[in-house]
Design a protein around this ligand. Structure first.
Ligand code: KG4
Ligand code: ZN
Length: 343
């Protein structure tokens, strides 16, 4: 009988659990999002996130097992996000998973959330092979990784300030658009002119593959506040919001595209996985398609439910490790805010 892995994810503001078999088939997936609770603050509030994970996790795991029509005894291995993320949030998932593993005697794997995101490409396209480049672009991360095999990840570049999704969220707040900012900016940009404003494409001195979005955000702020930056009350009605949104979105997408394809060239790679919430952006998807066709690069962008935070990618990666024969963790798995990959 095929072995089943229960995956648990709680690194940021989604409490998720999923059951995936060792051939990467998703049997069930449950995501409880906290996005509405954080919306009024314009971003994730760590203490609130941890408390909400504590309230949700039992029900989410129970539902994932129920939807898969299995019981805990039918699970071979438990996989849990160990890093990176908000420490209070991670601790909820790790403690819960450890409790389950200890009380049932099941093996436990600690999973790196970033490797999980990249792994979602393999779940989407079963023909995918190493080596490849991955662009992880979300509210918390913007980085390029070279992926050469299970656990073999090398960071090529990262943002030196804001993550791309964070920039979308902050600029949406300036434009008085709803949170999360990505979808609302995309919507506003539909009727805007991407060439209306000349926003900067962030460059990092001596690190041409690194990303930077804080200058872009400031440039949008000064555009709204007037050249001297002295207009304290921003009246968005004075501006064509779709034009600002479209020009901002174009600047973010331009940076992501140019650095990603430069990195592919430098690393001599021909396959790209793009994942994380910002991968939902339709303009980014359009540009990825154009560029990949021009340069004969295979691009895999998983569907939204696999792109945003979920436990399928955690269970799926756990299943890949199980198949490879990785040894389970010993007792006392430690949640870590930083990825061992991002140092
Ligand atoms: O991966 P995700 O769900 O959560 C983490 O940050 O880990 O990503 C959420 C981010 C938010 O910043 C949101 O504004 C952005 O992804 N996002 C988008 C779009 N949909 C979500 N950004 C641009 N365009 C979108 N369509
Ligand atoms: Zn994530």
């Amino acid at each position: 009988m095929t072995r089943l892995v229960l995956g648990i994810e709680s690194s940021c503001d989604e409490t998720a659990a999923a059951v995936v078999d060792e051939d990467q088939n998703v049997i069930s997936s449950v995501v409880a999002t906290q996005v509405d609770a954080h919306a009024e603050f314009g971003g994730v509030v760590p203490d609130l996130a941890a408390r909400m994970h504590t309230e949700a996790i039992g029900g989410v795991v129970t539902k994932a097992l129920k939807d898969a029509e299995v019981e805990l005894k039918d699970i071979s291995t438990i996989a849990v996000t160990q890093m990176p993320g908000l420490i209070g949030s991670l601790l909820v998932g790790v403690s819960f998973a450890e409790g389950l593993a200890l009380s049932t005697g099941k093996p436990l794997y600690g999973i790196d959330h970033i490797e999980g995101h990249i792994w979602s490409g393999f779940m989407q396209d079963k023909t995918l092979t190493w080596p490849l480049m991955a662009l992880v672009v979300s509210g918390g991360h913007t980085a390029l990784y070279r992926y050469d095999g299970l656990g073999q990840i090398k960071m090529i570049s990262r943002t030196v300030d804001d993550a791309a999704g964070e920039a979308f969220d902050k600029v949406a707040a300036l434009l008085k658009l709803s949170y999360p900012g990505g979808p609302s900016i995309q919507k506003a940009a539909e009727t805007g002119n991407p060439k209306a404003f000349k926003f900067p494409r962030g460059r990092v001195k001596k690190k041409p593959l690194h990303f930077s979005f804080s200058g872009l955000k400031t440039s949008v702020l000064y555009t709204l506040k007037g050249q001297d930056g002295l207009r304290s009350n921003i009246n968005v009605e004075d501006y064509c919001v779709p034009d600002v949104a479209a020009s901002f979105q174009e600047a973010v997408v331009d940076s992501l595209i140019s650095k990603t394809f430069k990195a592919l060239e430098e690393e001599k790679l021909e396959t790209l996985v793009v994942c994380g919430g910002v991968a939902a952006n339709s303009r980014l998807r359009e540009r990825l398609k154009e560029e990949s066709e021009k340069r004969s690069i295979k691009v895999v962008v998983p569907p939204l439910k696999l792109c945003t935070d979920n436990a399928m990618m955690i269970a799926g990666l756990g299943a890949a490790y199980l198949k490879e024969g990785r040894a389970p963790e010993s007792v006392g798995l430690e949640a870590r805010a930083r990825s061992s990959l991002s140092r």
